[in-house]
Design a protein around this ligand. Structure first.
Ligand code: SAM
Ligand code: FES
Length: 354
């Protein structure tokens, strides 16, 4: 007998995602192999309706302080990998980190994101905990997010007790074979995933995420990412295009696809309506109005840079990173103007996951 089971169209699969909040791995593969620009527009429209229903025409802002570019890891894609001897390394002092937050508070930031390479030798969990306690004491109405890479459970417990609210740790890829192609042998897929589980279990608002178009990424890999995100249900998802850096093994690899990045943002919004979804700096780097288009595709968070201008060029994860010449006040105003132009407003609040 002839198999009469018909494949659904991508639009039908998007409708199914909206209703059931999940697709099977095969269905995701079909979405990522068969999508057209028309399908992307369809998803963006739905995603925008959902984010407007949940958040209104508002975006949350978070001030990001890149406090150290020293990293013990050697991820093949990243410009601050330990074997990049061209990287000009820096570490901010505790006072400098605190004064970035003080300055940011004045600009209306109510979340500070402290991000760095894996620099645990200089920034022990105890030291970071003390910095967080000082930020919280100075600004009790603010949330603190950490993005320091993989930590052991006892460190995560300590930091939670110090008052950290959120932790961002992109899973990078949910496909183990793909993970191996992006990272050297001494890094472990299982350890990263375990760390994410622990973060969530300890009660942090938890962020996962991946680059779009990282080398060797296939439709199967993206399908694995979407299945993982649908079951893990992070509170935040960081998604941006892969962009090459000249001093990495991936220097000659092509950039990730801009439209695919927007499409994946929309699919995440449809699957997890309340998720906190940044329009990332990488998205603003690949296209001058990438962050605006990200918001119009379902993103609801922007993370302007609060790092001192002198160090911004040194936190170069990929070539061409935007905002490296600007001052924090300029980024803050720039983001507000960009949002206004597309009819959105910056909201002054912690912007917790609800
Ligand atoms: N060390 C912490 C960690 O590993 O989570 C935080 C800093 S790490 C540099 C932040 C994120 O930058 C990574 O999770 C990765 O997805 C992203 N990133 C690194 N290199 C990139 C590149 N070449 N293009 C786009 N994003 C990149
Ligand atoms: Fe930094 Fe626009 S956000 S200059």
């Amino acid at each position: 007998m002839k198999d009469i089971k018909e494949n659904k169209t991508v639009k039908q699969l998007i409708d199914k995602l909206e209703k059931q909040k999940m697709l099977t791995k095969d269905e995701w593969v079909q979405v990522f192999t068969g999508w057209t620009e028309d399908d992307r527009g369809y998803a963006a429209q739905k995603a925008r309706q959902i984010s407007e229903a949940v958040f209104g025409k508002k975006v949350y802002i978070r001030g990001i302080v890149e406090f150290s570019n020293v990293c013990r890891n050697d991820c093949y894609y990243c410009g601050i990998r330990c074997s990049n001897s061209n990287a000009n390394r820096y570490r901010l002092t505790d006072e400098e980190i605190l004064s970035c937050c003080d300055e940011g508070y004045g600009y209306g930031f109510r979340t500070f994101v402290l991000q760095s390479g894996e620099d645990i030798k200089a920034f022990s969990p105890e030291r970071v905990a003390e910095i967080v306690r000082r930020i919280k004491k100075a600004h009790p109405d603010c949330a603190v997010t950490l993005s320091l890479g993989e930590l052991e459970r006892d460190a995560l417990v300590l930091l939670k007790q110090a008052g950290v609210d959120r932790y961002l740790l992109r899973h990078e890829t949910a496909n183990k074979e793909h993970y191996r192609k992006l990272h050297p042998e001494d890094m472990s897929f299982e350890h990263r995933m375990k760390c994410l589980e622990t973060i969530k279990e300890l009660g942090y608002q938890t962020g996962a995420g991946m680059m779009i178009g990282s080398p060797y990424q296939t439709a199967q890999c993206l399908a694995d990412d979407m299945v993982f995100l649908g079951s893990f249900k992070p509170h935040m998802i960081g998604i941006g295009p892969f962009l090459p850096h000249k001093d990495t093994p991936f220097r000659d690899e092509p950039k990730g696809d801009y439209e695919l990045t927007l499409f994946v943002l929309s699919l995440c919004r449809i699957m997890l309506p309340r998720v906190l979804l940044p329009a990332t700096t990488a998205l603003g780097t690949i296209r001058p109005n990438g962050r605006e288009q990200g918001v119009l595709s379902g993103a609801n968070v922007i993370m302007p840079n609060l790092s001192p201008t002198e160090v911004r060029k040194k936190y170069m994860l990929y070539d061409g990173k935007i905002c490296t010449e600007d001052q924090s006040s300029e980024c803050r105003l720039c983001v507000q103007a960009r949002m206004k132009r597309i009819g959105y407003e910056v909201e002054i609040s912690r912007g917790d996951y609800k």
